[in-house]
Design a protein. Structure first.
Length: 763
């Protein structure tokens, strides 16, 4: 392992770190090339070097990392950095290594060989490591706790830094249950300073962080939230002819600069990426529906400028340090001002002029209100009552709505939302409301005139709705939902199961881009289909670890049910029992992929979700009807109720899902199933095989729904080409669409399948 460079003019550090500001500045210069400290960096560094706990609130891109990186260089021992995202750890570690600073991270994505090297180094008399990045999950394990205690007993634990510390608070915008697990650190290491860092914490969250971590008499440092180099702007979707075109024009007219576009849903990420790619804009989608290796490639390509625009869900970006992001767009309304600040704050970390453009739509507002109204019931919420949280959630949301629907200074609105006082002269025409007040006022007037506008009112629409909240499959929900973590959570779960599945994925080409990965997956899938009937390797740990757990199956069913519910909302005229239908769809994926493991299974679930997000009601109806017919014709086992619900069917008559899923879990797949089920094929409805009313003798042996020849689910590649064709069709329709008619969230799939050519998406 690389040794730290010797510091100019002295030793590599002292136990108590008694360094003068000048000496600290020379360390900054030597390793990072900066001539002076920014904001409150020096105070934070001095606080922890003197052994004090410290709570540090600095704006996004303000340089919080330096507050523990400099102490790591001047103190004896290792600085432990707790971070919520693997991508963030990887990013920081590789940047530190490039500067000759010995840093490592421990996570499920690390190879065993690397992990062993790190552990050997920590166990050695004089570890060469200066910074060790870990996940909160790992810190909570007894094995790692013991390792830390050993390190501490040898006087080699220098500091514990907790990055993105707001994640520990249920009141914060990004609460992560795993952060709760680190609250015992203060007790465990009473003499080691703890440094808590965040960019986004309102006063209540600040207090919560300090008390949750039991910081002792901490030095509290707060810098202004103002980001003077970001120009803030709101555009109104309901007043635009075509939002996609507006975004591509914005990107083109800015010279295809490095940008991030945030969307609420994965399907929108894929869809918008396709549109931008067709417009010649180098772009890639990033969301939790893609496997971790694909996400890493997307991130690498973007960090190294091979891709200019990332179209992402909130899964992307926390702490990602690309300095020259010039534009951050919100394609959908964020859930709070804190989220908006954090996400828009990824622009201009190099302090150069940058833009935040939020696309505000009345429909988005309505949907987000609905999501938030129901989200508290899904949260794990130790200290607070759900009513309190739900009220807070809605109050937070109303702040961002106010930001969009008001004609006063945007900058002032942002800063004041964090409880900071603002001088009236602060903005200096660096937001649209201050720069073009008349234009903004007139747009707001136009918005009021949009038909059925619920402008300035709390939408009543969902108060009476019978729609179930779980229909919305958004990333910020999934992140909070530990059950669905297996493939939803971008943040690390340090369990070995995940680690092993990653080892399996790592056999895929790592540098060949998405197409190469897709081909490798397809080859593996074909190989599997050819080798069907072969017996599973016995006893191998790896095989067991790749197995699809019941929890994962339940989570997948939930996800499919959510996607079905969304489809129902999107298309309105659909009628089916979501949970029974979800159970059928999940079983299809399970039966097909249980032998090859959860990676393929997850991909198939994701493909089905994508298909649901873009299919027409006819397509979905046909497919579910096929499932219903098959289960009826073949006398499916009790509990596998029909998917299609007659109009008059009441709540009480809906199928009992628990029974359905239990039944499916027990059903052993037959080899016949493998013969009859086709691999991921077409999505064009016209080419889908019609529901079979009868099946051959072979199929009859197994009387469960699983033996049917189900309609095909598109692969990702097919999905994207279909999208291309649909886009071409719908954009020709959009030309004739009247101004003021908002674009539909989902593409309209032409019955004919469309004739447009699809340009390959760059990923
Ligand atoms: N004193 C300094 N002078 C100039 N640049 C600096 C200084 N300190 C840090 N930076 C640079 O500022 C950028 C942002 O730093 P950093 O990633 O630590 O921000 P952050 O506060 O953690 O932001 P976020 O909240 O988004 O994670 C980095 O590229 C870093 O190298
Ligand atoms: Mg940071």
């Amino acid at each position: 392992m690389k040794k730290a460079l010797p510091l100019k003019g002295g030793s590599a550090g002292s136990r108590h770190g008694t360094k003068s500001p000048k000496e600290l500045e020379s360390v900054l210069k030597q390793y990072f090339g900066y001539s002076e400290f920014r904001g409150r960096q020096l105070e934070a560094i001095e606080a922890v070097l003197s052994g004090r706990d410290c709570f540090c609130l600095m704006p996004t891109g303000g340089g919080k990392s330096m507050c523990y990186q400099i102490p790591a260089l001047v103190k004896t021992g290792v600085v432990l950095v707790i971070s919520p995202l693997i991508a963030l750890m990887e990013n920081q570690v590789s940047s530190l290594k490039s500067k000759g600073i010995p840093a490592e991270f421990l996570s499920s994505t690390q190879t065993t060989a690397n992990k062993n090297k790190i552990h050997e180094d920590l166990d050695s008399g004089r570890p060469s490591l200066k910074l060790l990045y870990v996940t909160p999950e790992l810190v909570a394990t007894s094995g790692f706790k013991a390792k830390l205690t050993k390190l501490h007993n040898r006087g080699l634990l220098g500091l514990v830094a907790i990055d993105e510390a707001h994640c520990i608070s249920t009141w914060g915008h990004d609460f992560r249950p795993s952060y709760r697990k680190i609250s015992s650190l203060r007790k465990q290491f009473p003499d080691i300073p703890i440094l808590a860092l965040t960019a986004t914490a309102v006063p209540k969250v600040q207090k919560d962080v300090i008390s949750s971590l039991s910081l002792q008499n901490p030095v509290i440092l707060k810098a202004s939230f103002n980001r003077p180099n970001i120009f803030y702007e709101v555009r109104y979707k309901d007043l635009l002819d075509d939002v996609y075109s507006d975004i591509s024009n914005l990107l083109k007219s800015s010279g295809n600069v490095c940008s991030i576009i945030y969307c609420l849903e994965r399907a929108a990420c894929d869809d918008l990426t396709m549109h931008l790619s067709q417009q010649g804009i180098s772009s890639a989608a990033y969301h939790a529906g893609l496997n971790s290796k694909v996400r890493t490639t997307v991130l690498d390509d973007w960090l190294s400028s091979r891709t200019q625009v990332v179209v992402a869900t909130v899964a992307f970006g926390m702490g990602i340090d690309r300095q020259d992001v010039r534009i951050v767009c919100h394609f959908n309304l964020p859930k709070s001002m804190e989220s908006f600040y954090q996400e828009s704050g990824r622009a201009g970390r190099d302090q150069q002029p940058s833009r935040s453009v939020l696309y505000y739509g009345l429909e988005d507002r309505r949907r987000m209100e609905f999501i938030l109204r129901n989200s508290s019931s899904r949260k794990q919420q130790p200290p607070s009552s759900s009513t309190e949280l739900s009220e807070k959630t809605l109050a937070d949301f109303s702040q961002i709505v106010d930001y969009c629907e008001s004609s006063t200074c945007r900058r002032k609105k942002i800063i004041e939302s964090f409880g900071e006082k603002v001088q009236p002269t602060l903005c200096q025409r660096t937001c649209d409301a201050c720069k073009h007040p008349n234009q903004v006022a007139s747009r707001l007037e136009d918005l009021r005139r949009v038909p059925n506008s619920r402008f300035n009112k709390i939408s009543p629409v969902f108060k009476t709705s019978s729609v179930d909240p779980k229909h919305f499959d958004t990333e910020f929900w999934n992140r909070e939902d530990d059950v669905s973590r297996s493939d939803e959570d971008i943040s690390d779960s340090d369990d070995e199961e995940e680690a092993l599945s990653n080892v399996a994925i790592s056999k895929l080409p790592s540098k060949g881009g998405f197409e190469a990965r897709l081909e490798a997956l397809e080859r593996a899938e074909n190989a599997y289909n050819q080798a069907k009937g072969q017996t599973k390797p016995q006893g191998g740990n790896l095989v067991d670890k790749k197995s699809i757990s019941q929890a994962l199956r339940d989570a997948s069913r939930k996800r499919l049910s959510g996607a079905l519910g969304q489809a129902k909302l999107r298309l309105e005229d659909l009628r089916f029992a979501e949970e029974a239908s979800a159970a059928h769809l999940e079983t299809e994926c399970f039966k097909k992929y249980q032998k090859v493991g959860k990676t393929f299974y997850n991909s198939q679930i994701a493909a089905t979700v994508r298909w649901l997000s873009s299919s027409s009601s006819e397509q979905i109806h046909d497919r579910l009807e096929a499932l219903t017919n098959q289960s009826t014709d073949h006398g499916a086992a009790a509990g596998s109720s029909p998917c299609i619900i007659p109009d008059a069917l009441g709540e009480a008559e809906k199928p009992a899902v628990a029974t359905v899923s239990h039944k499916f879990a027990e059903t052993e797949p037959s080899d016949e199933f493998a013969k009859t089920v086709v691999s991921t094929e077409h999505m064009e409805p016209s080419k889908m095989s019609p529901p079979e009313k009868s099946i051959g003798e072979e199929g009859r042996r197994d009387r469960t729904i699983g033996t049917m020849d189900l309609p095909k689910i598109p692969s990702f590649r097919e999905f994207m080409s279909q999208k291309g064709r649909d886009r071409a069709t719908s954009s020709s329709r959009a030309e004739s669409q009247p101004r003021g008619v908002p674009r539909k969230a989902g593409p309209v799939i032409s019955k004919e399948g469309g004739t447009g050519t699809s340009k390959k998406m760059k990923l």
